[in-house]
Write a protein that binds this ligand. Structure first.
Ligand code: NAD
Length: 367
C-alpha cells in the first residue's frame, strides 16, 4: 500500500506557526510505522504575494489528487484592500467549491481541564463531545433567485432556500456514517413546521434512514428548539445534521460551549474518491490571528485536533486519533496552557512550539 498523501497549506499569520506543530505530530507518527507523503504549498495572502492569485491552478490540481488537505489560516490586514476576486479568502472558497466539500464537521468537545472556560455551568459542559454536520454547498446562501430588487417605491431583498433530494441525501449519509463511528445517534434539525424545504429535508432524512441506516437512532428537532436544547443540556446529542443556514448558527453556538477559539478543529468532506476516501479538507476554525502572529503565542491545538480528525475520517486511524486527542487532554490536565487558555488565576503560558513538544512527549509516553 502506498503511503497516504497530504497537502499542507499553512497560509498566513499564525497558520505556518501552528502547522509547524502539526508537522511534528505527522513526523512522530512516521517514526511509529504510519508514514505519510506530505507536500506543502501556498494559499491565501502568501500565494497572492508569490503568484498574484490566492490559489494557483497547480495547487488546486494537487488538492484534488491528495487523500487530504490540511489548511492553517488565511488573511491579514495587508490584504484588506485587494480586489474581492484575489482576496486570501477566495483561495479557501475555491478549494471548498471545486472539491465539492458539502459536509462541514464541527465537533464541540469540552476537555475537563478547560470546563471553567465555558459560559455555561461546568456540569453542563464537562465531558461534552458532540458533532455538528452542516450542509455547506447549497441552501439559502446559494439559492436563486437572489438579490435586491425594486418593487414600486421600495427595495426588496431576496434569498431563496433551495435543496434537492440528492443534496439532502448525501449530507444525511455523511452524518449517519459519522454517527456509526461515534455513539450511533443522529438528530436532524430543520424548520419543517414553517418551511417546505424543511418538510422535504425531514422526509429525505427519514427515507435514507429507513433504506440504509436503520441501526442508527434517529430523531428530529426544529432548529430553534435545537438551539435551546444545545444550551440547556448539550450532552443529550451525539451527531446533529442540519442545513447551511441553521448549521452556520448552531455550529458557532455549539463551538462556543467549549470556550476557546484556539481549541476548535473542523473538517469539510465531499464525495468518496476512487480509493474510497472522501475528498477532505481539515482546518482549525480560527483565522490567521495577525494580532499575535510571530510572537509564539498561538495555540496549535485546534490545528493538531484537525489532524486528529484527518486520522479518523480520511485514514481510518481511529485509535491513533483517540491517542492524539488523549495526549492533548493529558497536557491540559498537567496545567500546561498557551496564553489564550490562561484563566483568571494567572500563571506562565507556554509557547506554540512548547505546546507541540508537550503533546509529542505525551504521545511518546503512551507508545
Ligand atoms: P481570528 O480567528 O484570526 O482571531 C480572533 C481572536 O482570537 C484574535 O484575538 C486572535 O489572537 C485569537 N486567536 C485565534 N486563533 C488563535 C490561536 N490559535 N491561539 C491563540 N489565539 C487565537 O479572527 P479575526 O481576527 O477576525 O481575523 C483575522 C484574519 O483571519 C482576517 O484576515 C480574517 O479574514 C481571517 N480569517 C480566516 C479564517 C480562515 O482562514 N478559515 C477564518 C476566520 C478569519
Amino acid at each position: 500500500m502506498p503511503n497516504p498523501t497530504i497537502l499542507i497549506l499553512p497560509g498566513d499569520g499564525i497558520g505556518p506557526e501552528v502547522m509547524a506543530e502539526v508537522r511534528k505530530v505527522i513526523d512522530w507518527f512516521g517514526t511509529r510505522g504510519h508514514a505519510f507523503d506530505v507536500t506543502e504549498d501556498l494559499v491565501g495572502g502568501c500565494a497572492y504575494d508569490a503568484h498574484g492569485t490566492p490559489l494557483t491552478d497547480e495547487t488546486m490540481a494537487k488538492a484534488q489528487e491528495v487523500d487530504a488537505v490540511l489548511l492553517g489560516a488565511v488573511g491579514g490586514p495587508q490584504y484588506d484592500n485587494l480586489d474581492f476576486s484575489v482576496k486570501p479568502e477566495r483561495g479557501l472558497l475555491r478549494l471548498r467549491k471545486e472539491m465539492d466539500l458539502f459536509a462541514n464537521l464541527r465537533p464541540a468537545q469540552c476537555f475537563d481541564a478547560l470546563a471553567d472556560f465555558s459560559s455555561l455551568k461546568k456540569d453542563v459542559v464537562a465531558g461534552l463531545d458532540i458533532m455538528i454536520v452542516r450542509e455547506l454547498t447549497s441552501g439559502v446562501y446559494f439559492g436563486e433567485p437572489r438579490g435586491i430588487i425594486k418593487e414600486g417605491n421600495e427595495r426588496v431583498g431576496i434569498n431563496t432556500q433551495r435543496y434537492t433530494e440528492s443534496e439532502i441525501a448525501r449530507v444525511a449519509r455523511s452524518a449517519f456514517e459519522l454517527a456509526r463511528k461515534r455513539n450511533n445517534k443522529l438528530c436532524s434539525m430543520e424548520k419543517a413546521n414553517v418551511m417546505e424545504s424543511g418538510v422535504l429535508w425531514r422526509d429525505v432524512v427519514n427515507e435514507v434512514h429507513a433504506a440504509e441506516y436503520s441501526d442508527v437512532e434517529l430523531s428530529h428537532m426544529y432548529a430553534d428548539a435545537g438551539a435551546m436544547q444545545l444550551t440547556r443540556w448539550p450532552k443529550q446529542f451525539d451527531v446533529i445534521v442540519t442545513d447551511n443556514l441553521f448549521g452556520d448558527l448552531l455550529s458557532d453556538l455549539a463551538a462556543m460551549l467549549t470556550g476557546s477559539l484556539g481549541m476548535l478543529p473542523s473538517a469539510s468532506l465531499g464525495a468518496p474518491m476512487a480509493n474510497g476516501r472522501p475528498k477532505a479538507l481539515y482546518e482549525p476554525v480560527h483565522g490567521s490571528a495577525p494580532d499575535i502572529a510571530g510572537t509564539g503565542k498561538a495555540n496549535p491545538i485546534a490545528c493538531i485536533l484537525s489532524f486528529a480528525m484527518a486520522l479518523r475520517y480520511s485514514f481510518d486511524m481511529g485509535d491513533e486519533a483517540t491517542r492524539l486527542e488523549q495526549a492533548v487532554e493529558a497536557v491540559l490536565a498537567d496545567g500546561l496552557r498557551t496564553a489564550d487558555l490562561m484563566g483568571p488565576e494567572g500563571g506562565t503560558p507556554i509557547s506554540t512550539a512548547d505546546m507541540g513538544d508537550a503533546i509529542i512527549a505525551k504521545l511518546a509516553a503512551t507508545a
